[in-house]
Design a protein around this ligand. Structure first.
Ligand SMILES: Cc1cc2nc3c(=O)[nH]c(=O)nc-3n(C[C@H](O)[C@H](O)[C@H](O)COP(=O)(O)OP(=O)(O)OC[C@H]3O[C@@H](n4cnc5c(N)ncnc54)[C@H](O)[C@@H]3O)c2cc1C
Length: 414
């Protein structure tokens, strides 16, 4: 057994890839050992008969600062959603736009039956606040759940159930809105600063683009790690790798098991894909369940946003069921969407159901991002569970862990 790398990273999700890239930028070589057959972790795209199926409905928020550190966003060839949402209620879709960026949506937004005029004014006020306040201030002050915060802001139950719950419950995989208010503030700011988008070739284009910037032979796939002994990495194959430093960049629950750090609880989500000969709407927006009851809270006709997601003359519809992984998700989705779009739903073909048991870490109040990543004795941990449960959080944690690893290497250099 020889020490042939300064750093071994366990996991080729966004955190592990960002960590390796940041190290490489500073001349530090690393080896990533990844259990799966491809890079990306929770950001994977399956190709099925000409359809692109992201493993769970997810989007890139272009305002994430970490993205442009490593990528020119043009590389991802992003296809943007229209700002705002289409709220489905009483058999009709109601446009709730962002009149600051799309003034033509103002009349529809004012008329949308999602809440009172005061509710809509409060959204405008939150938007103003999100822009004015320095980002770090959003993380200060007493922390409470998103649901409590929304009530404290004065939002009516109607506004919460018809708009805020399906929107933020969908993004946070948390229909109860029990997640920290701090996460709500961060996401609200990202939504109003940038756009939601998917790469032309699917969400996995993001980890692929990061991996493509790494030196050859930097990633070993099909290499699940069984355990760690100090900084010795024991692979399930029986092979052992010794390094000066080990970074565990797995999902939170696996990191807890490998490192013995406190347990990370999971937010879950189900996702069902259908193909259809006709799109049920032409809108390029996220469609929200205006009852807020679900189980489907968000739907999107992906082929409206990125035609590359479906073969010609076909459409791809995704239904997300935050918090729901058990039972017949296809039947649940069909039953609910039939009440929206009628019998055409029966003609849709089921393509795939994903049950994601660890969609992200629970981030209940009091929530503090930027948890320590240096565990001592050459052991480090990164991933979305150390920062915010998001693409941004995973990438940021990878970068700041790389900085800590470099500091550790420098302190041990004679
Ligand atoms: C359905 C869904 C929707 C989402 N929507 C959004 C969204 O719209 N916007 C957003 O910003 N974020 C979203 N997220 C969250 C975002 O995808 C994650 O926060 C982020 O991808 C986490 O990256 P990570 O590198 O921390 O962890 P992971 O992606 O989990 O990567 C960990 C890697 O470690 C590997 N690994 C695990 N165990 C081992 C082992 N023993 N040995 C070797 N390798 C191992 C895994 O195979 C994996 O590749 C969503 C997540 C899901 C699931």
């Amino acid at each position: 057994m020889t020490i042939d790398r300064d750093v071994v990273i366990v996991g080729a999700g966004l955190a592990g890839l960002s960590c390796a890239l940041e190290l490489q930028r500073h001349g530090v070589s690393s080896l990533i050992v990844e259990a799966g057959n491809q890079v990306g972790g929770r950001v994977r795209t399956d190709q099925r008969d000409g359809f692109l199926l992201d493993r769970g409905f997810q989007v890139i928020l272009t305002a994430y600062p970490e993205l442009s550190r490593y990528l020119d966003l043009a590389e991802l060839d992003l296809r943007r959603f229209d700002n705002g949402a289409l709220v489905w209620l009483n058999g009709k879709g109601h446009v709730v736009g962002d009149p600051f960026r799309a003034p033509t949506t103002l009349p529809a937004t004012v008329l949308a039956p999602i809440g009172s005029p005061m509710d809509k004014w409060r959204i405008a006020w939150l938007r103003h606040r999100a822009h004015r306040v320095e980002p770090n201030r959003l993380l200060r002050g007493q922390d409470i759940s998103t649901a409590t915060a929304l009530r404290a802001f004065g939002f009516s139950n109607t506004m919460i159930d018809r708009f805020l719950r399906p929107l933020f419950g969908g993004i946070q995989l948390d229909p109860a809105l029990a997640t920290s208010r701090r996460m709500f503030d961060i996401i609200f700011r990202m939504l109003s600063d940038g756009h939601s988008a998917v790469p032309r070739t699917g969400m996995q284009a993001l980890p692929h683009a990061l991996a493509a910037k790494l030196n050859n032979d930097c990633i070993r796939l099909h290499s699940p790690v069984e355990r760690l002994d100090g900084t010795t990495v024991r692979l399930a194959s029986g092979e052992s790798l010794r390094a000066r430093n080990v970074v565990v960049a797995t999902d939170g629950p696996t990191a807890s098991r490998l490192l013995g750090i406190p347990e990370v609880h999971s937010r879950q989500v189900g996702c069902v894909y259908f193909s259809a000969p006709e799109a049920p709407t032409k809108k390029k927006m996220v469609i929200l369940d205006g009852t807020g009851k679900g189980p489907v809270l968000n739907v999107a006709v992906m082929s409206n946003i990125a035609p590359t997601y479906a073969p010609r003359d076909q459409h791809l519809i995704v239904a997300a069921l935050p918090g729901v992984v058990d039972g017949d998700l296809e039947a649940m989705a069909r039953q609910q969407l039939r009440t929206w779009w009628g019998n055409q739903v029966d003609a849709w073909q089921h393509l795939e159901t994903y049950r994601i048991h660890h969609g992200g870490p629970v981030q209940a109040p009091p929530f503090s991002p930027k948890q320590s990543v240096a565990l001592g004795d050459g052991r480090f941990v990164c991933g979305d569970h150390r920062d915010t449960g998001s693409i941004q959080g995973a990438m940021y944690s990878g970068r700041r862990t790389a900085e800590e690893v470099r500091a550790s290497l420098a302190s041990h250099t004679p």
